[in-house]
Ligand binder design. Structure first.
Ligand SMILES: [Zn+2]
Length: 268
């Protein structure tokens, strides 16, 4: 293994946009030192693809769940299918959450999110949360659902909320994952939130193939889509913001990722 290893804490390698290049993308990532990738399902129909990808590479950690955008594609037996996968597979739950800006009915989003949170609590599996415009609702649900039982490990992916929201999430024990948006022009407020997030709670992600911030000069080859190998530049940028040695910074984030997935890893 190289001296510096990177963790990409959120991406979607199963996305059809990778169909003509998936093996090369994974090879490039591993070659660039990306030794762990948290690959998130978004809907029931991609669960087995995500699991197969994880079987094919030690670097890929599967997260199985239903994204708020795709709540209305879940079949009647989705919960049973997910429970069976959790019983037999070392995986986390995700991507789940709440999104006020998408067309899926909010009540349905809440129902599916609560069910996935409950499974994460019951099985003590790490849970990846997507939350846009719904922080109040998210805190209400987390408060009520975790009153009786210990919180599962939770990551808020692609965080772009306020400092107050970040502090509340940190208090609850959540990991906060940042994308390359922290390096984009005009994101000074988010950069300050990133810098104020306790380092032992920080994760970094590409969200590939999404979130290609074309205005960031690292992507000098004009790629069409984002890919995990690009995360090396985000680590360099973030370590620099913290005035930290790159190796020390990467070591800390790697450790955070390991703590986040520990329960799933120790199952088998
Ligand atoms: Zn995502």
């Amino acid at each position: 293994m190289p001296d510096i290893v990177f963790l990409d804490s959120h991406l979607h390698l199963q996305d059809p946009r990778f169909n003509d290049r998936r093996a090369a993308v994974i090879e490039r990532a591993v070659g660039a030192g990306v030794a762990r990738m948290f690959c998130n399902a978004t809907r029931q129909s991609d669960w087995h693809h995500v699991l197969a990808l994880a079987k094919g590479s030690h670097a890929i950690v599967p997260f199985i769940g239903i994204h708020p955008w795709y709540c209305d594609t879940a079949t009647r037996d989705w919960q049973q299918e997910l429970t069976e996968i959790l019983e037999t597979t070392r995986c986390g739950i995700g991507e789940a959450g709440l999104d006020r800006h998408c067309s899926c009915d909010m009540r349905l989003q809440e129902k599916l999110f609560i069910a996935q949170l409950q499974l994460a609590i019951d099985c003590q599996r790490p849970l990846v949360i997507h939350c846009l415009g719904s922080w109040g609702k998210l805190f209400d649900i987390l408060d009520s659902q975790t009153k009786q039982a210990p919180m599962p490990p939770i990551m808020i992916h692609s965080f772009s909320g306020s400092q107050e929201v970040m502090q509340r999430l940190v208090k609850l024990g959540c990991m906060i994952s940042f994308s390359a948006k922290i390096a984009a022009p005009g994101q000074e407020r988010l950069r300050q939130v990133f810098l104020r997030t306790p380092l032992f709670r920080v994760l970094l992600e590409t969200d590939a193939p999404d979130q290609l911030h074309v205005d960031i000069s690292w992507y000098n080859k004009n790629p069409e889509i984002n890919e995990p190998s690009f995360i090396a530049a985000l680590y360099a940028f973030a370590a620099n913001l913290h005035h930290m040695d790159l190796q020390d910074f990467c070591g800390q984030i790697w450790q955070n990722g390991t703590i986040f997935t520990d329960t799933a890893f120790s199952r088998r």
